[in-house]
Design a protein around this ligand. Structure first.
Ligand code: CTP
Length: 403
């Protein structure tokens, strides 16, 4: 299990989203973690201690003063492998920035050298407030992993940015931070990652797409950011990403190509995890095609092979980035991967058999083999996409430092 043997302090603060931290607690335990919940007074107004008592690995802790230990915050801070604040209110984020330590959770956060993940949840106006954004930037610059809030329905029925990230995203971040046990250093490197499946429009309501969700690409971008790289993520996906990542949103293969072309020249690494359409409709109908108009004849034209284009430019000396491609295959995985390595001029091809159980599109786990131009072959057996992201970054870091 990806979090086996890890002591995780789950700090819960008093936002409406506190109820979701119960699911996070359960999933962390399922992933093998030893979970110690720390609830603030405000959190206790939202959720009950009993629920955490039933689900966590230890009874929840709620006060600096009431537990049998005399100095619980230093004990918690010193022994934790990871602290997750979920949900994180504007108050705890501000406390973390200034080092205020008025309750058990904030004191533990000051008394630790363990990695910290913060999962903000609040109303859009509060999230957008310059004080909060500035505090988030400061925490991120100190190495805190921010799992940003999503757009969605908020307390009181409002809709906007501020909804707590999904429990799955929070646990993925935890696995990414401490799961693999691999330490990667990509500081000073610039990494460009593409993610998700492109959508080629047929008319204003229909498109040709594919099953890629962007999960593996986002996990790679997040892992590279945690490793200290300057990361640009070009994505078609609505999934969240680490707050340190610069995100560029695109939809079509042509948009992806344009964005990659713009950013690739200055990159040390380009990871093409996106599932790019090989064909696109020659024309997009201006209005919705109506059934009564008869069976539409959609003429397709090829798209640019972006990775092959980068390979050609690299061979011509126009860019120097390490090129990492993906190959989602359903048969002859190794042969297809090796031929893509050559055909596209890539340095690595990360191949997976999407027909194998629990791998590929939409799963939280993956199993891949990384084929190198130098003939190397590194199998990464079934594990979380977050761990695959970290392992791949380790391979990339090793290759960059040997170049
Ligand atoms: N790729 C790309 N541009 C395209 C198609 C694919 O850059 N127009 C990249 C993908 O991002 C991936 C790699 O090429 O990194 C392999 O993609 P894949 O779809 O597996 O390969 P194809 O070239 O489309 O080959 P095939 O469809 O025959 O498997």
């Amino acid at each position: 299990m990806p979090l086996s043997g890890k002591r995780v302090v789950l700090g819960v603060t008093g936002g409406i989203a506190a109820y979701k931290s119960i699911e996070v607690c359960r999933r962390l335990v399922d992933a093998g973690a030893h979970v110690i919940p720390v609830l603030t007074d405000a959190a206790l107004n939202m959720v009950g201690e009993t629920t955490f008592r039933a689900l966590a690995s230890e009874p929840p802790k709620t006060s600096l003063w009431s537990d049998s230990e005399t100095i619980p915050h230093t004990h918690l801070g010193q022994t934790a492998d990871l602290i997750i604040v979920c949900p994180a209110t504007a108050r705890i984020i501000s406390d973390m920035r200034t080092g205020r330590s008025g309750d058990l959770l904030s004191a533990t956060l000051v008394a630790t050298e363990a990695p910290v993940i913060v999962c903000p949840a609040m109303h859009t106006e509060m999230w957008d407030h310059p004080a909060i954004q500035e505090n988030i930037d400061v925490l991120a610059s100190r190495g805190v992993t921010i799992v940003p809030p999503e757009e969605g329905r908020l307390a009181g029925g409002d809709i906007g940015k501020g909804r707590l990230a999904s429990p799955e995203a929070v646990v993925d971040a935890a696995i990414g931070v401490v799961g693999s046990g691999v330490t990667v250093d990509l500081s000073g490197r610039s990494v460009l990652v593409t993610a998700g499946g492109t959508r080629e429009p047929i008319d204003p309501v229909r498109f040709i797409g594919n099953r890629s969700t962007g999960r593996q690409g986002h996990a790679i971008a997040d892992a590279a950011a945690r490793a200290g790289a300057e990361v640009t993520l070009i994505t078609t996906s609505a999934l969240p990403n680490d707050a340190r990542v610069q995100r560029v949103e695109v939809a079509t293969a042509a948009e992806l190509h344009a964005a990659v072309t713009q950013h690739a020249t200055s990159a040390d690494v380009v990871v093409m995890a996106a599932a790019v359409a090989d064909f696109t409709p020659a024309a997009t109908a201006e209005h919705k095609i109506k059934k009564g108009d008869g069976v539409p004849q959609i003429v397709l034209v090829p798209t640019v092979d972006i990775l092959a284009d980068l390979g050609t430019r690299k061979a011509a000396g126009e860019l120097s980035a390490l090129l990492v491609g993906f190959a989602a295959e359903t048969q002859n995985v190794a042969d297809n991967a090796r031929s893509k390595l050559e055909r596209k001029g890539a340095d690595f091809i990360v191949a997976n058999d999407v027909a194998a159980p629990n791998t590929g599109f939409a799963y939280s786990t993956n199993a891949v083999t990384v084929f190198g131009r130098d003939g190397s072959e590194r199998p990464l057996s079934l594990r979380s996409k977050a761990e695959i992201g970290t392992e791949l970054c380790a391979i990339i870091a090793a290759q960059l430092s040997s170049n």
